[in-house]
Design a protein around this ligand. Structure first.
Ligand SMILES: *[C@@H]1O[C@H](CO)[C@@H](O)[C@H](O)[C@H]1NC(C)=O
Ligand SMILES: *[C@@H]1O[C@H](CO)[C@@H](O)[C@H](O)[C@H]1NC(C)=O
Ligand SMILES: *[C@@H]1O[C@H](CO)[C@@H](O)[C@H](O)[C@H]1NC(C)=O
Length: 518
């Protein structure tokens, strides 16, 4: 018995030796970023680490070693965010402008807060930050003297690759704005130009991040922003090659798409479970996500949705801002919050009506549910375009939505087998991996902690400038060398030829002179 206790004590102390203190820092007004970050932070807490998640979307944690700290974002941040949301636009410039505006606000909100000052007195073994225009946070790695991992909730973008030095693969990897899997020549020309634009944009973003960084991490005490950028150990990206874009990835790029989906769904709340179980004709799940406020959708559009739902034999589970909605039929259940992935995992759910945020798209792919897409802004449109090419969603424009079309498309998605079987086939491919996305993310996070960074995996390109990365300096040098050699040869040739010709001429004239003399 004593031996057992001793073993137990050794085991426990060994375990606590391995427990690390990890800081997740997500000062973003976008809830979907935090949802994905929380998937990793809770998974690490479940493994015994001491985790702190700082965000503006805290929830009550069941785990003792998972602490959530609320970051209060100021009026300015939300004003900019609303501006971004209420002007659904594909205008890249305006989006960038608003996003840069937000990052200044966030810098102020976070770095000048009391709570951040308190947290900065603690010690951490690892920091995880989002790829959300908050690169200035890299200054904290020197403060805490710990390695840092970046988590990108977007799929591979130029920025993801540039920040860690991953090859851009301009010839094969379509820019997210191309929203196509296969590129013809014209697409490749467009792609090239868009990547060029991204390089410029990257410089602009870094210019602004540098300003924020220098404000809070002055050069008298901290390394420069550009040096701090090179300190990134690893980037976790919400992407996977089954998505359709196969690209070369260096070891410090880890694809974790699907990480936030549980391999076994949680128990649903009783009323919802009952509603789903008893739906003989199946269920349609409706949600426009977390960033879009339902009351920003015109009342007449809501009435179109409800009117079509009332004509269906299926039940409809709807996420909306309020539960009291006039004109809702008996087959519709409205809730202000719903555990989306757990619902989509239910076998009776046949269709998802979605705004096509990346989270929802990934859940649908993972769980094999076709989508009727109502994309509104930003990457939602691109997500919808790609899924449409893959053949498992039909997208509609909420602005021009009418009853007849909406009903027709729902019927098509429910009764034409093609859509469901396409997405179910994809789901099988997507899930077939040596380690689940979540386990992959946990593994690499612990790897960085255990080796105090991943400097040994760092790709050398990160220390090279644009010319060096693309061998342009070498190509330039070789071209110059060739030109020089050519010029030299031309020169020598000329001289030589001249001499020979002169000699011949001279000989000739001598001969003729001789002849004359004779
Ligand atoms: C860009 O953002 C600034 C504030 O950050 C705002 O004053 C300005 O109007 C914006 N410009 C455009 C074209 O949206
Ligand atoms: C980042 O900085 C930390 C602490 O200064 C250091 O231990 C680590 O090796 C660096 N990592 C990289 C990838 O440069
Ligand atoms: C089902 O949908 C596919 C893809 O849109 C289409 O090609 C096919 O004709 C449809 N089948 C029927 C029976 O309508």
């Amino acid at each position: 018995m004593k031996a057992l206790a001793a073993i137990l004590i050794v085991f426990i102390s060994l375990n606590s030796l391995q427990a690390s203190r990890i800081l997740f820092l997500f000062p973003t007004p976008s809830k979907s970023h935090v949802i994905i970050a929380r998937a990793l932070s809770t998974a690490l807490a479940e493994k015994g680490h001491d985790v702190t998640l700082m965000s503006s979307f805290t929830t009550k944690s069941q785990l003792k070693n998972h602490r959530e700290i609320f970051i209060e974002l100021g009026e300015g941040t939300y004003q900019q965010m609303n501006h971004l949301m209420s002007n659904p636009t594909r205008n890249f410039y305006k989006m960038m402008n608003a996003t840069i505006g937000i990052s200044y606000e966030i810098g102020k909100d976070l770095m000048e807060s009391k709570i951040m000052n308190d947290v900065m007195k603690e010690k951490f073994d690892l920091m995880v930050i989002g790829m959300a225009f908050t690169n200035f946070l890299l200054g904290l790695t020197q403060h805490f003297n710990c390695p840092v991992i970046m988590l990108s909730v977007q799929r591979h973008m130029s920025f993801t690759n540039l920040i860690i030095g991953n090859p851009l693969s301009v010839n094969t990897a379509p820019h997210i704005y191309i929203a196509k899997h296969d590129m013809n020549f014209i697409d490749r020309v467009k792609n090239f130009v868009m990547y060029g634009g991204d390089l410029l944009m990257y410089e602009i973003v870094n210019y602004h991040q540098r300003v924020i960084y220098d404000t809070y991490f002055p050069s008298t005490k901290f390394r420069s922003y550009d040096e701090a950028l090179k300190n990134l150990s690893l980037i976790l990206v919400n992407d996977h090659y089954t998505e359709g874009v196969v690209r070369p990835n260096i070891p410090t790029v880890v694809d974790i798409r699907g990480m936030h989906i549980k391999t076994v769904p949680d128990q649903l709340p009783n009323d919802i479970e009952k509603f789903l179980n008893e739906a003989k004709e199946g269920v349609i799940y409706f949600s426009l996500g977390t960033n879009v406020r339902a009351d920003s959708i015109p009342q007449e559009k809501l009435q179109i949705l409800l009117s079509v739902f009332s004509k269906l034999p299926q039940r409809v589970l709807m996420k909306w801002e309020t539960e009291n909605v006039a004109g809702k039929s008996d087959n519709v259940l409205i809730k202000t919050w719903l555990p989306q992935a757990d619902i989509l995992a239910h076998p009776n759910v046949k269709l998802f009506i979605s705004h096509c945020g990346l989270g929802g798209i990934v859940e649908s792919q993972y769980l094999g549910v076709p989508i009727l897409g109502l994309p509104m802004f930003g990457d939602q449109m691109m997500n919808a375009d790609l899924a449409e090419q893959e053949g498992w969603i039909i997208q509609m424009d909420l602005e021009t939505l009418n009853e007849e079309e909406f009903y027709k498309n729902i019927q098509e998605l429910l009764y034409n087998e093609t859509y469901a079987s396409t997405v179910k086939g994809f789901s099988r491919l997507f899930r077939d991996r040596p380690l689940s996305p979540k386990d992959t993310a946990v593994y690499w996070t612990e790897y960085v902690i255990n080796h105090r960074g991943a400097k040994h995996m760092q790709y050398k390109a990160i220390h090279q400038n644009f010319w060096q990365r693309n061998s342009l300096d070498v190509i330039g040098f070789l071209l110059l060398s060739l030109w020089t050699i050519y010029q030299m040869m031309k020169y020598v040739w000329k001289k030589l030829i001249k001499k020979i010709i002169q000699k011949i001429i001279r000989k000739g004239t001598k001969k003729s002179e001789k002849r004359k003399k004779l």
